[in-house]
Design a protein around this ligand. Sequence first.
Ligand code: DLL
Length: 396
Amino acid sequence: MPGTSFDPVDIVGLPTVEKRSLQGERLAALVARLATCGNAFWTERLADIDPTSITSVDDLTSLPFTVKQDLRDQYPLGMVTTPMAETTRLHASSGTSGKPTIVVYTPNDLAIWAEVNARALALAGTRPDDILHNGYGYGLFTGGLGLHYGGERLGCTVVPVSGGNTALQLPLLEDLGSRVMSATPSFALLLAERAREQGLLDRLSVEIGILGAEPWSEGMRARIESAWGNGFRAFDIYGLSEIIGPGVAMEAPDDLGALNVFDDHFLPEIIDPDTGDPLPGGEWGELVITTLTKEAMPVLRYRTGDITRILAEGGTAGRHWTRIARLTGRVDDMIIIRGVNVYPREIESVLMDDPDVGANYAIVIDRRVSMAELRVRAELTAGAADRPDEAARRIQ
Ligand code: DLL
């Protein structure tokens, strides 16, 4: 019957030799296309590269990096490499000020995105008969729609509840008996705390949490799992808008601490963030990813700013994905508050543009509460000292 069965998703991946050959073919095809597609950014960026010299993944390091500033400089659509008639979706990553980073998808990009998120859900133990309570924000943020289409691709019944509004979320979780929920780790913790306060916790059936979009430690995992109780297990999902959104890499229950990078689509490398040199296997450095199959907005050697290392081969259950350690931090000063990426220097530029603000300020982050809070305390100039509310309102 149409619509009632779903193709299985591949959670194992290809053995090394086949995988490297597929990656090489895809990389060569991508570079050839970027060099000739007529996109001004790529024509210039690849001016010194002979596309025919790229034949395998070993040639990757001869390619130039892509950085976030490139996406900003090409705002809004300068990095789109396909005709707009072929693109069907746009997302943007949150920033505190300035322009957001825009990403664009073709139908094929969206199909791949659904596929990798279906893999991520399946790796964590989600099944087609599950109800997926998707608590990631819907909208320009990639979290909501990324997990949404991944859940549908797997065959789940997706509840597009989005973030916030625990008063709505808890009764829905209870009434539907959802076994899987996806959200930021901080929101997952908040939901469990609210459920406990309301005496609801024992009536919920959630067993699996698909948690990501912000860094979270093993200590946080322990807190979340104990807050939910009833055998709840929390798994880490990683991704970033510039690459596709969520679904770049996923943790599996039998291999905690490792993220499986879906490397038939996203080719990972680790570099020294200071020199840009590739680091030998196992060393900590900056994660760099090349999108092997993206159509609308591919990137070559994108510097994620995230710090990790490649783990030795040999994941369990016969999986072949490149394994990386859970992300430990950033090479820049980016802070993630409730899933919003914040650069202190952007806050500073708002403050310093305000005529009433003096030279000194402090950014105070309180992570003692489940939903972290960021407060800015700024000194006022002598002339504005008697009207602090006015400046505060403007700056907020
Ligand atoms: O946060 C995509 C996403 C949505 C991932 C839902 C997972 C779940 P951006 O808003 O572009 O995209 O932010 C990407 O967030 O470079 C990391 O610094 C951080 N990040 C994302 N997932 C994790 C994670 C989405 N599991 C930036 N652990 C990335 C640590 C993470 N940091």
